[in-house]
Design a binder for this molecule. Structure first.
Ligand SMILES: Cc1ncc(COP(=O)(O)O)c(C=O)c1O
Length: 400
């Protein structure tokens, strides 16, 4: 009999807890003490879930739609996802190619589990959302990170991605619009990457979690462009979380070749079974009901983005590129760091919370020291207050 020494499985050596939690816990403590905390840390919409979507969830409860559904999700919802992608991108997916998941996170986890393993290199990009790298590590593969540049608006270019390919590369995970930068992959770059990935027989996973939050009419038909080059190697991950302010409902989807969808469904049948039945009925209404709510939220986010950029420009030493999507700005605060003052952006973030009660997320959380992520999923009034305090704080700590 082996002795239980309390040691965890080896794969756990590679998983790190999200570094964003520390700030949240400290902010809660400050609030309990009565502090007026401005939260620019949120990774979720501040809007309520639209009323017609909530009503659909309530109706599902009243109608006792409270039992297991098919592992892959209800047929109606998979048809609705297929219809959405047909309308938005002109691509054809059958309901059998789609698995409804407990959020985009589970969708991406199915992709990592289904496609990658020990000995595989998987190319992704930084600054980036930490879950992508952690999932690659959990399944025993090796993340290879392409670094986008602030001076170039964090553009995820074909050159950058393709120069990160190694002989062991089995696939890539692309997040566009990106968290935390709000950068989009251009259609031209996508075409070049798609052609090369097809030639090398690589998997391409596209995380489209923020796909409905794109400003300024930028063309972004990644599903069609990648689909034309490598449809049988393309995985699309999507989510109701951000577009419909439904983060707590935990509802996403993953689509790809049928063999992948079958595998993901089998995996899901032994883990979470199916996404919540109630959330599936709410998401059905989200996808098939009126879309005005998405437009209204987008316009409000755009107003806030433009204001946030204008307010940050009041302090020229804070440099910030213009995000094209999502709801974050990602300014460079390195001008305010010094060996005998605030040494890192994590120090900046901690001291900003302690002295001015403003929650932000340090660039370190996104593999990008020297930056801060500020979420504008908050009211204009709170945004103004938070940025005023942040600028005051930065000036006070600027190296002489
Ligand atoms: C880039 C990115 N992808 C995917 C997700 C997954 O979100 P959810 O699991 O709520 O759908 C998030 C959430 O923050 C994200 O930022």
């Amino acid at each position: 009999m082996t002795q239980n020494t309390g040691r965890m499985a080896a794969r756990m050596d590679h998983v790190a807890m999200s570094p964003t939690m520390k700030g949240t816990i400290e902010a809660q403590r400050l609030r309990r003490e009565g502090a007026d905390v401005v939260d620019l840390g949120a990774g979720e919409p501040d809007f309520p879930t639209p009323a017609h979507i909530c009503a659909a969830g309530q109706a599902a409860i009243d109608a006792q739609r409270t039992k297991y559904t098919a592992n892959m999700g209800t047929l109606e919802l998979r048809e609705a996802v297929a219809a959405r992608y047909r309308t938005d991108y002109g691509v054809e997916y059958a309901p059998e190619d789609i698995v409804i998941t407990a959020g985009g996170k589970q969708a991406l986890f199915h992709a990592a589990m289904g496609l990658f393993g020990p000995g595989d290199d998987v190319v992704t990009h930084a600054p980036g959302w930490p879950t992508i790298v952690e999932q690659i590590k959990v399944v025993g593969a090796r993340p290879v990170v392409a670094r986008t540049q602030a001076e170039k608006g964090f553009a995820l270019t074909a050159d950058l991605l393709l120069s990160s390919l190694t002989p062991g590369t089995r696939g890539m995970v692309i997040n566009s619009p990106g968290n935390p930068t709000g950068a989009l992959m251009s259609e031209g770059d996508a075409r070049v990457v798609a052609a090369e990935a097809a030639k090398r027989d690589l998997w391409v996973v596209v995380d489209l979690c923020y796909e409905r939050l794109i400003y300024d009419e930028v063309p972004h038909n990644l599903p069609a462009i990648f689909g034309e080059a490598l449809r049988d190697r393309l995985i699309l991950a999507g989510s109701a979380s951000k577009a419909y302010a439904m983060t707590g409902w935990r509802l996403g989807w993953v689509m790809g070749p049928r063999v992948f969808a079958k595998g993901a469904s089998a995996l899901q049948s032994h883990t979470t079974s199916n996404a919540s039945s109630i959330s599936q009925y709410a998401a059905l209404e989200a996808l098939t009901g009126p879309q005005q709510c998405v437009t209204d939220m987008l316009l409000e986010y755009q107003r806030r983005r433009d204001q946030a950029l204008a307010w940050l420009a009041e302090e020229p030493r804070i440099r910030c590129s213009v995000p094209q999507g999502a709801f974050y700005v990602f300014p460079d605060v390195s001008e305010f760091l010094s060996p005998d003052g605030l040494r890192t952006s994590a120090d900046f973030c901690d001291a900003l919370l302690a002295e001015e009660h403003v929650v932000t997320t340090p660039g370190e959380a996104f593999d990008a020291p020297g930056f801060l992520r500020l979420s504008y999923a908050t009211s204009l009034e709170r945004l103004r207050e938070g940025l005023t305090r942040m600028i005051r704080f930065a000036r006070k700590h600027a190296p002489k």
